[in-house]
Design a protein around this ligand. Structure first.
Ligand SMILES: [Zn+2]
Ligand SMILES: [Zn+2]
Length: 306
């Protein structure tokens, strides 16, 4: 490992995919530049946007908040942070505190929606009823639904999430391995546009997870490294390990996976977008592709268990 940055200062990171050692100052410069370039290249933001930031209080969403607050200094946009409180003692209450503090530091409005208020039960109560039936994918359905509705309720026209390069690379592989190309096709954009579905943007999608963590540390963002106590990411865990091992052996693999996805995305959308329809859930009225939305389905299961 080369130990000095091109400027002569001691390096704090070596980017294997670029064979480059960077000092703190040049790492931050590169990070910020890539963030702005991603926004520009993928046209993620425009003047007058009101952006809801999905703020969990973890490192990714806190860095996203920080970086978007920087962008706001030169681009007239509005920011509002939205947190979904699942009601998990010892975990979400900690990250919720971090989220609150970060919003206060940047003077950003913060709105919290909770499982307690919307689902009628905290995650702790749901899991106590039937732990085996509530894997992360179910919780993900509830969270995504509440995030979309929450973003709409706070008047946002876009929802920004903290997904990083690693998340996207893992998502691509998981969809490949589950043979779900149609899900891949609508990952970035729903097949049918609806003003009830808030478009998502992922400005950190070209930033490796490790670099988000280092940036968070350098910017003094408090890190809560604890994972959700209910996390059962067996399959995702396998894919994460696989992708990380490939990256270590062949630096740049994560970028290549994600670039390939962006390359084939339009073709996938052409193929799987035909005949896509959007209905309204007959129970809650939210947009969905079937008669009843996934949220209402899960809700029925959850509330019938106890
Ligand atoms: Zn330097
Ligand atoms: Zn519904």
């Amino acid at each position: 490992m080369s130990e000095t940055c091109f400027c002569g200062k001691p390096a704090i990171i070596f980017l294997h995919y670029a064979s480059k050692a960077l000092c703190e100052q040049h790492f931050v410069y590169m990070f910020d530049k890539r963030f702005r370039k991603t926004i520009r290249e993928y046209k993620l933001l425009k003047k007058g946007d009101r952006i809801a930031i999905g703020l969990s209080g973890g490192k990714d969403s806190c860095v996203l908040l920080h970086s978007l607050a920087e962008i706001k200094k030169s681009l007239p946009i509005e920011l509002v942070a939205v947190t979904i409180d699942e009601g998990i003692k010892g975990y979400r209450d900690k990250t919720l505190k971090i989220a609150k503090r970060e919003c206060e530091a940047f003077g950003i409005e913060h709105v919290v929606f909770s499982y307690q208020g919307d689902v009628g039960k905290t995650m702790d109560e749901i899991v106590a009823g039937s732990p085996e039936d509530i894997p992360c994918s179910n919780c993900g359905v509830l969270r995504r639904y509440l995030l979309n509705r929450g973003a709409r309720e706070v008047g946002a026209n876009k929802l920004a999430t903290g997904h990083n390069l690693d998340d996207i690379a893992q998502m691509v592989f998981m969809n490949f391995m589950r043979n779900e190309p149609s899900r891949l096709a609508r990952f970035n954009e729903p097949m049918v546009k609806s003003d009830r579905l808030i478009p998502r943007i992922r400005p950190l999608m070209r930033t490796p997870e490790k670099e988000v963590a280092i940036y968070a540390m350098l910017k003094g963002i408090e890190l809560e490294s604890m994972e959700c106590p209910y996390a059962r990411f067996a399959f995702r865990g396998h894919v994460r390990k696989m992708v990380n091992e490939a990256e270590e052996k062949y630096p740049g693999t994560k970028f290549k996976i994600v670039n390939t996805f962006f390359e084939i995305e339009d073709t996938l959308r052409d193929k799987y977008g035909k005949g896509a329809a959007l209905n309204s859930c007959s129970s809650c009225g939210e947009p969905c592709s079937k008669e009843i939305c996934m949220y209402c389905k899960k809700l029925t299961i959850i509330t019938s268990k106890s």
